[in-house]
Design a protein around this ligand. Structure first.
Ligand code: KG4
Ligand code: ZN
Length: 357
């Protein structure tokens, strides 16, 4: 089954052709980073306008990459949320129009679950292996930070999420504070490589310590507002040379990564998950990839990691997860709405129905 997938939830216009959930035949992404860079964040209306402009181009590119004509497409899938509503509407309307014109099935996909699926693209043997379940996924993107447990039947449960900023926002806002540009993640990742991660002792949110024991109800929750404020004060009024900036950034990043790794490994032990994966844009981070990989190995868990192109927003993950629904006859109707918030979409849909059956 060839699924044409579309993704416009934020600032990437993406299209992909995915065969049978795992074979990515064509994959195209048009980034809007330059358009939003001057604003230090994504402007939803500008994003929507740009999606409209780029939509046809990326769909053509995905089909050309796949070497397929539109007539070879069996179904159309699209991200319907969570995300920026004006941006989502462009992709959803385009996908509905295409499916209606072609007379083929249409499916609205959950962006958050698609990110998790991104870690498993091209690895059908893991999803087919009952021994791999339950899976523990750390979703770290610009919009979300959450630990998610995927049951053997494919149902997803949120074990914990952020009370304030997402991990990606913690990177983006830090870069804004330091005047380094947007998006902050890749910039700080690069700068941190030459710094001393122990130069500053930044707070590790919701991990206990400093005389305050951790409330057990918060053991899998995240908070990055404290470390962001600490960075603001540590940098205020200072002119930082390259070495001082690298120390500050490396220490800031270390605080974030310690929390992400610590909570993930703790949850893996508590829920006895043989498999850990990380996904979402922050999963591109070189230090996080290394630290989580080492910690998972020490804990005796299989670590699943996607190449960076399937961590940041892309449509291959959308077409991949969609296959598991479509193959079981699950489709959406054209009344399918788009939604900004995760709570409205999660819980109603499984990660991938009976993923390993
Ligand atoms: O998954 P994504 O492309 O979009 C959302 O669904 O939010 O994630 C974007 C986020 C941004 O906050 C960006 O700064 C962060 O991922 N990011 C990184 C890195 N590359 C992208 N964060 C840390 N290190 C990176 N190398
Ligand atoms: Zn995303």
């Amino acid at each position: 089954m060839n699924v044409l997938a579309i993704e416009t939830s934020c600032d990437e216009t993406a299209a992909a052709v995915v065969r049978d959930g795992h074979e990515v035949l064509g994959n195209a992404v048009a980034s809007q980073i330059k358009l939003h860079a001057g604003y230090g964040g994504v402007v939803p209306e500008l994003a929507a306008r740009e999606h409209l402009r780029a939509m046809d181009i990326v769909v053509d590119e995905a089909l050309t990459g796949a070497g397929l004509a539109i007539g070879a497409i069996d179904a159309v899938a699209v991200t319907c949320g969570p995300g920026l509503v004006p941006a989502l509407l462009v992709g959803a309307s385009y996908a509905k129009g295409l499916a209606a014109a072609r007379g083929c099935p249409f499916l609205g996909v959950n962006h958050f679950l698609a990110h998790i699926y991104g870690a498993f693209i091209g690895k059908p043997e893991i999803l087919a292996d009952p021994e791999a379940f339950p899976l523990l996924a750390l979703v770290v993107s610009g919009g979300h930070t959450a630990l998610v447990l995927i049951d053997p039947d494919g149902r997803a449960h949120i074990v914990g999420s952020t009370l304030d900023d997402a991990a990606g926002e913690a990177y983006d806002k830090a870069a804004k504070i330091l005047g380094l540009g947007y998006p902050g993640g890749p910039i700080l990742d690069r700068i941190a490589k030459t710094g001393n991660p122990k130069a500053y002792d930044f707070p590790r949110g919701l991990t206990g310590g400093a005389g305050k024991p951790l409330d057990p109800a918060q053991r899998y929750q995240f908070s990055f507002s404290g470390v962001k404020t600490a960075l603001l004060y540590a940098s205020k009024g200072r002119t930082l040379d390259d070495a001082a900036l690298a120390d500050l950034v490396a220490s800031y990043q270390q605080a974030i990564i310690d929390v992400l790794v610590g909570k993930t490994i703790r949850a893996a032990a508590e829920f006895d998950t043989p498999t850990i994966c990380i996904c979402g844009g922050v999963a591109c981070n070189s230090q996080l990839r290394a630290a989580m990989g080492e910690a998972a190995e020490r804990a005796g868990r299989r670590f699943v990691l996607a190449p960076p192109k399937y961590c940041t927003d892309n449509a291959a993950m959308v077409g991949g997860i969609a296959y598991h629904y479509l193959a079981r006859g699950i489709v959406s109707d054209f009344g399918q709405s788009v939604t900004a918030r995760l709570e409205q979409t999660l819980g109603k849909v499984p990660f991938a129905p009976r993923a390993h059956s």
